[in-house]
Design a protein around this ligand. Sequence first.
Ligand code: SAH
Length: 301
Amino acid sequence: MRYTEKEVRKGIDLVIKSINDFILEMNPPANPQPQHTPLLKGELVRAKKHLGQHFLKDENIAKNIVDALSGQGYSQVLEIGPGMGVLTKYLLERTSFKTTVIEIDRESVAYLKAGFPELKESMVEEDFLNFDPASRFKDEPFALIGNFPYNISSQILFKVLDHKDQVPEAVGMFQKEVAQRIASPPGNRDYGILSVLLQAWYGIEYLFTVNEHVFSPPPRVKSAVIRLKRNAVRSLGCDEALFKKVVKAGFNQRRKTLRNALSEFGVKKSAGNRFLDQRAEQLSVQDFIGLTNMIATLKGK
Ligand code: SAH
């Protein structure tokens, strides 16, 4: 079978196009520009690595994240790390709550001030980790939202726990691996300290996975959005400070049985407790509560 010259040319063009597509995919342009319209013409915030800045470029994803806030049980929302405001603009469209933002980066703050004059009184220039919620919200409940800076995501979650009775809901983007850990049920390697501590007080939903290419600059790993909803538990039915210590110690030596990992609590010789010959990752929240109560009786002796 013979091909005409035109058909051969068409074939060659197709091959060249696939090679070009392949090259482009392997070497994306070094600095893809965010697709949303800049608020200050020509001036964008320079992404700073030490602040975990990866700006979301995809408007649909931004909207979906904001839509994940139920709006129920609070009339205040705090956005951590608004950056150039890709989530903020959708938050400001919601009328059932008031939006406050907290941003550590001066350049982002300047950018937001110019682009969102309506935020004026609701912009906190501070490190979220030093922020005292009572200074803004008194004892009113507030929800949290953000594409969280990945370098401090665990600290953000520990802070949520510190204020669990004031934070009925949190929606946020995390590294996919962190999101999976938080949402993980007992019995597997992802399950850890934050899974137990958060699941004791929150229902956790893994909402969706987000590809690295929708950020500028792209992070090295995939991301995921999860939602935390405060459950009805008001007290765990055990010494809660001890519970935290037991969970932490159990997972700090997660390959050991709890009898060995928790030796500092004097459990070495305790007989007949079904938890002690298991490893931390095998215990549910309820099991950890039971274990904490058992340890409390030992301490009393
Ligand atoms: N929400 C934006 C930016 C996400 S990047 C977007 O989706 O595009 C993370 C943001 O958190 C950056 O703006 C960074 O400056 C901010 N940030 C980092 N550490 C912070 C901290 N400790 N407190 C408040 N904001 C912080």
